[in-house]
Unconditional design. Structure first.
Length: 202
């Protein structure tokens, strides 16, 4: 099979991420017509849907992070090969799984392990991101000649952040931590603190 162009891979990536990030809003239940008739029923609806909204925001942010990371990879590649395409399509498949696994998280108040499917999905995406960048680095012909060793290593360390956070999140869930939605923001805190500025050329 002749590899498709990098531009076409970027296009299908944009389409799948955009579709999936939009689809996740379906996990936020809209009020049934006629059920909100007074302030008490409105407060009840808001109280029961707040967790769903928080879960949606967290999952949306995580998908945005992976989208950004993959385009940081694309920006440093001049072409793609069949193996990279297979890895990336596997990653896109697990992106599409996100609305399904995220839907379980809305039950985390009553079922402590309800966040586990989403965290496993998150971990698989993190592993595939590392695999994609490792493959690209192992095949210099795929990379832009301007890419330096320092920048490649910087990105490799940066891409370890979601992997570490996913592992830590699963450990917290196994230990009995039920509500970890704010944990979704941790990768951005780590990246802001340690990976804001790429290495400068000597």
């Amino acid at each position: 099979m002749d590899p498709i162009s990098k531009v076409n891979l970027e296009r299908i990536t944009n389409g799948i991420y955009a579709f999936t990030m939009t689809l996740m809003i379906r996990n936020v239940q809209t009020p049934i017509p006629g059920t909100i008739t007074n302030d008490i029923s409105l407060e009840t609806y808001i109280g029961t849907t707040t967790l769903s909204v928080v879960d949606f925001i967290g999952a949306f942010i995580i998908l945005g992070m992976f989208w950004l990371f993959y385009f940081q990879i694309f920006h440093r590649m001049k072409t793609v090969d069949s193996t990279f395409i297979y890895i990336h399509f596997l990653s896109l498949m697990f992106v599409v799984f996100m609305p399904f696994t995220q839907s379980f998280a809305t039950q985390s108040e009553t079922v402590s392990s309800a966040n586990l499917p989403f965290q496993i999905n998150y971990l698989i995406l993190a592993i595939l991101l590392l695999w994609a960048w490792h493959h690209a680095r192992s095949h210099p012909a795929l990379l832009e000649p301007e890419l330096t060793g320092k920048e490649a290593s910087f990105l490799a360390k940066k891409f370890l952040v979601p992997f570490g956070v996913a592992i830590f999140g699963i450990i917290l869930l196994i230990a009995g931590a039920g509500y970890i939605d704010l944990f979704y923001l941790l990768p951005f805190v780590i990246i802001w603190l340690f990976f804001r500025n790429p290495p400068q050329e000597a």
